[in-house]
Design a protein around this ligand. Structure first.
Ligand SMILES: [Zn+2]
Ligand SMILES: [Zn+2]
Length: 178
């Protein structure tokens, strides 16, 4: 899945958490926030296992075009959801729960990028995570396990990622603000 798809799934997870927070149970944010991040992480792996395309992006040597596309795909969509959530919940719990969902849903890719950029070390865990993430979950890659030309290009079937984005937008607009 590309960034906006994961952000969208994160928003859906966050809206679910908002609904739990608003329920009669009204659980403490102390456990609801980390639980939302964890479910967001799970949503990342689940979505990556569904056949999807990518655009080529080099985290170490991106071209200007790749950077522009990534800025829109990642920051553009996160800012859009953030503005709607801020408008709706102010700086209240709702905003933090949506943010927790998106953070969790992006965490596996942020981790991979930090390893590539040498912000985090390459070690046995990072190697195992990469294999699990790129070779096992992305079983639908065309030829090889690396996110290179071997990856499936974006195509008409990726309309499902747009569908997830639309659903996230609809749920976020619709969830009661308190
Ligand atoms: Zn993917
Ligand atoms: Zn991924």
């Amino acid at each position: 899945m590309i960034a906006f798809g994961h952000s969208s799934t994160g928003v859906i997870v966050g809206v679910g958490a908002v609904a739990v927070a608003q329920s009669g149970a009204s659980p403490s944010l102390v456990w609801l926030l980390p639980a939302t991040v964890a479910i967001g992480v799970a949503s990342h792996y689940l979505c990556d296992a569904i056949p999807h395309g990518h655009y080529h992006f080099s985290s170490t040597h991106p071209t200007t075009k790749q950077l522009a596309l990534f800025a829109l795909d990642f920051f553009g969509v996160v800012i859009l959801f953030g503005v709607i959530a801020l408008h709706k919940f102010g700086l209240g719990a709702g905003l933090w729960l949506i943010a927790a969902g998106v953070l969790g849903a992006q965490l596996p890719d942020i981790y991979e990028a930090f390893v590539d950029l040498r912000i985090l070390p390459t070690n046995k865990f990072s190697e195992a995570h990469r294999h699990w993430h790129w070779a096992i979950l992305h079983w639908h890659h065309l030829r090889g396990p690396r996110l290179t030309k071997d990856t499936r290009a974006l195509g008409w079937w990726d309309i499902w990622q747009v569908g997830v984005f639309g659903l996230a937008l609809w749920l976020l607009v619709r969830v009661p603000s308190r």
